[in-house]
Write a protein that binds this ligand. Structure first.
Ligand code: SAH
Ligand code: F3S
Length: 466
């Protein structure tokens, strides 16, 4: 009774939380398996951002519980955002659940499973079932730090803060993740040192609003916010090639962070800047504290310090009251920035948020068609941008074998574009110059270029690997 399968829904924060839970369970003697078929215990780490995300997990849980009907030795737990959002109410539709663990309680999962298992072993249980653990817990942000020292992954997620104090009118995150809480800088820096010792070359700093890192815990020093102070410390770590972060807030991009893109080469030439809408009226209704003009100015400022910047964004179409004209504004902003990547969401009503109270909801057909329209524009931009890189030499951090093709490797450019190329496994974890030969919407293909000294200095030429 010790094989656990963890299924993760949603964002990178959830993936990281699941990984930490898996690590803690491992230390406690549980075995993490990669299929529900061979598991004694299934944990669903859930997402609440849209209704669809919740429905998927509820559907899965229902299916597993049906299966449980004829098995006395099986446990099912729901963890994370939906556990926090729905709490006890989950039992209305899933009365046979064994465990409900909120977003500040992940680290108690091993204790809860131990208790559940011992109650299965006794005929009369002294553990009231199910176990529901949802309260706030001070310092819980410091508990997501366990990494598997043996996995030697090139790119690793590091959780730096939890929660969000903004109050975007569409968003359930402040409810599911709670108020902003940050981890101590030294603890984060130590964690990164140790994963770099184990082979990591790129970290992605994670939090619901990473640019607010340390706002409560640390002062701004010489015009530098705690987030930029943290970036500076991480930037000094030898052996670490790249630093990424998600999700930031446009408001967090003040002068200090913009300058950082000029001064810290490890940040690369890429930023994710969630805009949500290009219409000032919608931004106001969404309670996003910036205007279209200010957002565009921010893009220009970043391009001024780093001309090759690549941008991605989040957009919501069909927010209540969004008119054709509002959507036109979003399209025009979209075209003006020329995003390389975008996550386009159809607005989903979340009970308990301010926007759910609005009466002027947009029809599903309109949301679908606006979504499609933006996707088409995005495809055009991505292809155009990728094609513009054909013929150039790009610095790639080699992440690992490509999914397809023998002897093929996969890595990313400084602008976060995916590149596939031939090369030996010894290149994994290295920064390699690649000559880009082909482009599709989502991927670039190339061959390694080697540097050699010439009378004129260092030049790159092609290596013929075939
Ligand atoms: N902290 C980030 C976003 C976190 S949620 C920020 O500053 O924007 C990730 C994305 O999900 C959001 O950017 C938004 O585009 C989308 N999203 C959030 N709530 C949504 C809802 N109710 N319906 C549709 N999309 C939503
Ligand atoms: Fe959500 Fe807005 Fe925070 S989108 S995560 S409330 S910045």
């Amino acid at each position: 009774m010790n094989r656990v399968y963890i299924k993760t829904y949603g964002c990178q924060m959830n993936e990281r939380d699941s990984e930490a839970v898996a690590g803690m369970l491992n230390e406690r003697g549980y075995v993490i398996v990669n299929s529900e078929e061979i598991a004694d215990i299934v944990l669903l780490n859930t997402c609440s951002i849209r209704d669809q995300s919740e429905q998927k997990a509820i559907g899965k849980a229902g299916q597993l519980l049906k299966h449980k009907g004829n098995k006395s030795q099986f446990l099912l737990g729901i963890l994370g955002c939906m556990a926090q959002n729905r709490g006890q109410a989950l039992l209305d539709s899933l009365p046979d659940l064994d465990l409900i663990v909120g977003t500040q309680k992940f680290h108690h999962t091993p204790d809860h499973l131990d208790a559940l298992i011992s109650s299965l072993d006794q005929k009369v249980s002294d553990v009231p079932l199910p176990i529901v653990d949802l309260d706030e817990e001070p310092d819980s942000q410091n508990t997501i730090r366990h990494h598997d020292p043996t996995n030697g992954r090139v790119s690793t997620f590091v959780s730096i803060m939890q929660g969000c104090d903004m109050n975007c009118s569409f968003c359930i995150v402040p409810k599911t993740r709670g108020a902003e809480r940050s981890r101590p800088m030294e603890q984060i820096v130590d964690e990164i040192h140790s994963i770099v010792d184990n082979g990591t070359r790129e970290v992605t700093l994670l939090g619901q609003i990473v640019t607010s890192y340390g706002k409560r815990e640390y002062p701004t020093l010489r015009g530098k916010t705690p987030f930029v102070q943290l970036l500076e410390k991480i930037h000094e770590i030898q052996g670490l090639h790249r630093i990424r972060f998600t999700s930031p807030h446009p408001l967090g991009f003040r002068k200090d962070l913009i300058t950082a893109f000029h001064e810290m080469p490890k940040l690369g030439e890429y930023a994710h800047l969630p805009v949500q809408s290009g219409s000032n009226q919608m931004l106001k209704a969404m309670n996003r504290p910036y205007s279209r003009e200010r957002y565009l100015k921010l893009i220009d400022s970043l391009r001024a310090v780093s001309p090759n910047m690549h941008f991605s964004t989040d957009i919501i179409v069909g927010f209540p009251g969004e008119t054709e004209d509002d959507f036109r504004q979003t399209k025009s902003l979209f075209k003006r920035v020329g995003f390389d990547m975008a996550f386009i969401f159809k607005y989903s009503e979340r009970t308990g948020t301010m926007a759910a109270e609005k009466s002027d909801q947009v029809s599903r057909e309109i949301k679908d068609s606006r979504n499609q329209e933006l996707l088409r524009i995005l495809e055009g931009h991505s292809l155009q941008r990728n094609r513009s890189l054909v013929g150039s030499i790009q610095e790639i951090l080699v992440e690992g074998p490509a999914r397809k093709g023998e002897g093929m490797l996969m890595g990313r450019t400084r602008g976060y574009r995916k590149v596939v190329f031939p090369g030996p496994p010894s290149m994994i974890g290295e920064l390699i110059n690649i000559h880009i030969k082909e482009a599709t919407v989502t991927v670039l293909k190339g061959v390694p270029a080697v540097s050699h000294s010439t009378a004129q200095g260092t030049a790159s030429t092609l290596v013929n690997l075939t």
